[in-house]
Write a protein that binds this ligand. Structure first.
Ligand code: SF4
Ligand code: SF4
Length: 535
């Protein structure tokens, strides 16, 4: 094992059982600065080491990356990777070739990006998680295999990385130590994007080698294409769920609301992350209450993929992303709606409004919008009446990376909160300078082996500190409820896990949820609190 400060990209090929161990972690804010407040790391099991690649940092993110059984299998694995790497630099890599090439060729190694990365900072500067560690390793491999000087002079010109199964497997794992949050790209003085290296490695693994974490591929994309949703909810189950939600709304709040389903020619097709129906049904319920009270012309779809805005392919495989994006667009087209509105799901914002925009052309396209400006319009136009005193407790806002940094939607959500939450406080920093929740790019749903420990203790650490920071004045006053507003399904999943892992709700009365739940809670028309912890 190498000390974290001594690690260099060329070490990726070393035969060590484990390259580095996370030796140090950023201090947490009070009361989590006290001894015993944080669960310790657990050791990876020997059986995992024997079967998977635990030789990078002891965590296993890719449950489909298993050790070869013969020399031939090992050679085939390396060959496929190098093949895929060569293709990443061809014009077939449409859409990303230019930014990828620029990032590959022009890095000045100034390391400005390191300070921007929450994973690097959370580990007190562990070399393995430095944003340019990945790109440097890739440059060495490209030099060694695809340049004359590298082939002839090897280590003398920097082509000094031994490429074997361990190297390639470690690179694959390393691609899943980056949240693809692009905070580093935003700070780079040359505008280079280091997240592209992680994304391209993931793509090579999936598109060329058939290897991707099963929560993203089998249980995500494949399940979605087979059943209609990444949760496995089929059309009949979806329709039953909606009926159940309608009964629940009537029973709890005395409201008779009929969710419009498959309404042809509606103004809005509202698309939720299907995870909401299972994990946070209060979110689609809150949307329905708001949209009905405001008199909007809207519908949900019960068609395959029409009730699930998820598109995990954008994190690991362009071909899979395209299949999903085109089917979702077709559902909207067939319904004849005027626009698709994406509910509170950050990656779905990017997938539908940015990525799908380059995949569907001309008349196949339906305009896509975020729900956030629409919700702000409802508040601003006074289409809904609020009593902010109903939200009289500290509230902070988490900014999903894909909403703020990718799409520049920064103000609507905070303008709403400023109107309906008298004790709203910002995290530091926020807006486009936000930190990822730590669950970005698939980490929120990747729980194989010990990967949740990497998420809870490392990638989500900075966000946890921001939450503690926002509530420092009342954190230890357990009688005061506190609310983290996270308008994104994946971010909510990560924040739920942090709050459970560190027992924050239980000890300090900190809760989490979406934006629409807070809006409904403050509606004058509601005869009882919508947020359960207020009851
Ligand atoms: S900030 Fe940009 S130029 Fe500097 S090391 Fe990072 S990627 Fe390279
Ligand atoms: S994209 Fe985010 S997680 Fe990845 S290296 Fe950059 S700052 Fe770190």
């Amino acid at each position: 094992m190498i000390k974290q400060k001594d690690l260099r990209p060329k070490d990726l090929g070393r035969p060590d059982e484990q390259l580095i161990k996370v030796e140090s972690l950023m201090k947490l804010k009070p009361p989590y600065n006290e001894e015993g407040m944080e669960p310790p790391f657990t050791e990876p099991k020997q059986a995992w080491r024997e079967k998977y690649c635990a030789s990078l940092d002891g965590f296993v993110g890719i449950d489909k990356l298993t050790r070869p059984e013969s020399k031939e299998q090992e050679q085939e694995f390396v060959r496929k990777f190098l093949n895929g790497l060569e293709k990443a630099f061809t014009d077939a890599n449409s859409g990303v070739l230019q930014p990828f090439l620029l990032s590959f060729e022009y890095c000045a190694k100034c390391n400005t990006c390191s300070d921007a990365c929450h994973i690097y900072k959370a580990t007190n500067g562990n070399e393995l998680y430095r944003p340019i560690f990945r790109s440097e390793a890739l440059r060495k491999i490209v030099k060694k295999y695809f340049t004359k000087s590298g082939k002839l002079l090897g280590g003398l010109v920097g082509a000094d990385l031994e490429v074997n199964w361990e190297t390639v497997a470690r690179l694959g794992e390393l691609a899943y130590r980056c949240n693809l949050c692009r905070r580093c790209a935003q700070t780079c003085p040359l505008g280079l994007d280091n997240s592209l290296f992680a994304k391209e490695i993931r793509k090579i693994f999936s598109q060329e080698m058939g290897i991707a974490p099963s929560p993203l591929h089998e249980k995500g994309t494949m399940n979605q294409l087979k059943t209609g949703s990444s949760t496995g909810i089929t059309k009949p189950v979806f329709l039953d769920t909606i009926e159940f939600l309608e009964e629940d709304i009537e029973e709890r709040y005395g409201l008779k609301i009929k969710f419009p389903i498959d309404k042809k020619g509606a103004d809005i097709l509202l698309m939720h992350n299907a995870g909401e129906f299972l994990a946070w049904p209060e979110n689609p319920i809150a949307f329905a209450i708001l949209f009905e009270e405001a008199g909007l012309d809207w519908t949900l779809s019960s068609e395959m993929l029409g009730y699930d805005n998820v598109n995990y392919g954008i994190w690991y495989d362009d071909a899979q992303a395209k299949k999903i994006a085109l089917q979702q667009m077709k559902v909207a087209k067939d319904l004849g709606v005027r626009r698709i509105v994406i509910g509170e799901c950050g990656h779905a914002h990017k997938a539908s409004a940015v990525v799908a925009d380059r995949m569907a052309y001309g008349e196949d396209k339906v305009p896509v919008e975020s729900c956030l400006p629409l919700l702000w319009d409802l508040v601003k136009s006074k289409a809904l009446k609020f009593d902010p005193s109903k939200n009289n407790f500290p509230v902070t806002l988490h900014d999903p990376c894909n909403v703020v940094r990718q799409m520049g939607i920064v103000q609507p959500q905070r303008k709403i909160l400023k109107q309906i939450c008298p004790d709203f406080r910002e995290m530091t920093p926020h807006g486009v300078n936000n930190y990822c929740c730590g669950g970005g790019s698939g980490f929120a749903i990747m729980n194989s082996m010990n990967f949740s420990e990497f998420r809870n203790k490392i990638s989500a650490r900075t966000k946890f500190n921001q939450i503690l920071g926002a509530f420092q004045d009342t954190i230890e006053e357990a009688d005061i409820p506190k609310y983290v507003c996270a308008p994104c399904s994946n971010c909510k999943g990560t924040i739920r896990d942090i709050l459970e892992y560190y027992r924050v709700t239980e000890k300090f009365n900190v809760h989490y949820g979406g934006l629409v739940e807070l809006m409904v809670n403050a509606l004058v028309s509601m005869n009882k609190p919508f947020l359960e912890f207020l009851e």
